[in-house]
Design a protein around this ligand. Structure first.
Ligand code: NAD
Ligand code: MG
Length: 409
């Protein structure tokens, strides 16, 4: 296979950096085509120095600032040959460029939707970390994957695990209609969740939780937003919606299982009584490498699982009273239309407000519930409607914060 040209959307993030680590191990197979960053432009300049992309994307209006940062880190050749583009147009350009073979969608939140769709619409191989994009656009997103015959590969560790446990013909039409609705013989998907840093906390304790405590995940090192999502279990709620779309299954066929060790990354149950699982040390380099190389395998530096030194593996039911995010997400998926986009938008605003110390941890789900109850959910016929509802939800969330900020309820 010729050397694959890779665009990394969200290169300065946790997934972006793990992707660069995997790519750097296989220079004969992959080259970095484009890197994008939003906040830490100094770090982006350092990544340019290390990985020599052809194009880099910075936020709107930041080209000059970035040029001066490049001058601090890069040699003359790098500075003169690199193309710098900006904003959402720039993101869509590097996601869909003819020279690109693979796009890692690792921007956090709704900002990743349009660039990810730009890659999908031209049939790229898209490695999906940015779950919010799929949650927002759901069926529309999957329709566009099919229309453009893009190759969509899950990077989220649970979905990557499920993908690995499904038969290769799972997506064929013969598998779809076999076994009386048990597609390819699959009866249930068991989506594992670590339970996050507050797994054993009472609601009262959670009410006092600080952003630093919420971001201190027991097993994974991740960006701030997904860390807070893991603490509320909204991450699992978003993943449940993600799984329904990726694997074309109703909510009832996806069961969340709390597994504090994060060794079993998810499981697939079959009608014959078999349960297949994918296990490994919790390091995102494994699902990234899997999605990059699929159907081949490439090496990573992740140490193999040592079952002799692994302690017990535990599994528990999730507590939906202490973690109402799960029920909110299930209900949004059942409602359908723009409900998941509303859920996602309200969550994004709530998490940002919590991180800015404007609302308490337990108010995150209260806010989402309030927004979902107030909004008139529309069918998700097109992207414009989804984006309008996303905006509406953000406005309602903003109003809720104004009215309830720092009020202990
Ligand atoms: P992060 O916060 O570490 O990185 C986010 C990246 O997105 C950064 O490069 C940032 O510059 C960029 N970005 C942020 N806002 C932007 C905007 N408005 N426009 C353009 N770029 C913007 O996040 P992360 O932990 O790497 O997560 C990225 C995505 O992957 C999220 O959707 C997350 O849910 C998903 N994911 C992450 C992990 C993990 O282990 N970190 C695991 C599974 C899924
Ligand atoms: Mg995950």
């Amino acid at each position: 296979m010729p050397v694959q040209q890779v665009t990394i959307l969200g290169a300065t993030g946790s997934i972006g950096k793990s992707t660069l680590k995997v790519l750097a191990q296989h220079p004969d197979q992959y080259q970095v085509y484009a890197l994008t960053g939003f906040q830490r432009l100094d770090e982006l300049a350092q990544l340019v120095e290390q990985h020599s992309p052809k194009v880099v994307v910075v936020p709107e209006g930041k080209i000059d600032t970035f040029r001066s940062l490049l001058a601090l880190h890069c040699n003359d050749k790098q500075i003169h040959t690199i193309e710098i583009v900006e904003g959402e147009t720039g993101l869509c350009q590097v996601a869909s460029a003819a020279a690109v073979n693979v796009v890692m969608a690792a921007i956090v939140g709704s900002a990743g939707l349009k660039p990810t769709l730009a890659a999908i619409d031209v049939g790229k191989r898209v490695l999906l970390a940015n779950k919010e994009a799929l949650v927002m656009a759901g069926e529309l997103f999957m329709q566009r994957v099919k229309q453009a015959q893009a190759t969509l590969l899950p990077v989220d560790s649970e979905h990557n695990a499920i993908f690995q446990c499904l038969p290769t013909d799972y997506f064929s039409s013969s598998a779809r209609f076999a076994n009386q609705g048990n597609r390819a013989g699959v009866s249930q998907i068991l989506l594992t969740a670590s339970g996050g840093p507050f797994r054993t906390w009472t609601l009262q304790q959670m009410h006092q939780a600080t952003p630093a405590q919420a971001c201190k995940h027991p097993n994974w090192s991740m960006g701030q937003k997904i860390s807070v999502d893991s603490a509320t279990l909204m991450n699992k709620g978003l993943e449940l919606i993600e799984a329904c779309h990726l694997f074309e299954l109703p909510v009832e066929r996806v069961t969340v299982v709390i597994h504090p060790e994060s060794i079993v990354h998810s499981l697939v149950q079959y009608i014959d009584g078999s349960t297949l699982a994918q296990l490994g040390n919790p390091d995102m380099c494994t699902p990234i490498a899997h999605a990059l190389a699929w159907p081949q395998r490439i090496a990573t530096t992740v140490p193999p699982l040592d079952l002799f030194s692994a302690n017990c593996l535990n599994f528990e039911q999730p507590d939906e009273d202490r973690f109402p995010a799960l029920a909110l997400a299930k209900s949004a998926m059942k409602t359908g239309g723009c409900a998941p986009a509303v859920l996602n938008a309200a969550n994004e605003v709530a998490v940002a407000a919590f991180l800015a110390n404007k609302i308490a941890f337990t108010q995150i789900t209260q806010l989402i519930h309030a927004v979902i109850t107030q909004i008139n959910v529309l069918p998700a016929h097109d992207l414009d409607t989804i984006l309008v509802q996303d905006l509406e939800a953000r406005e309602l969330a903003g109003q809720w914060i104004m009215a309830n900020a720092n009020r202990t309820t």
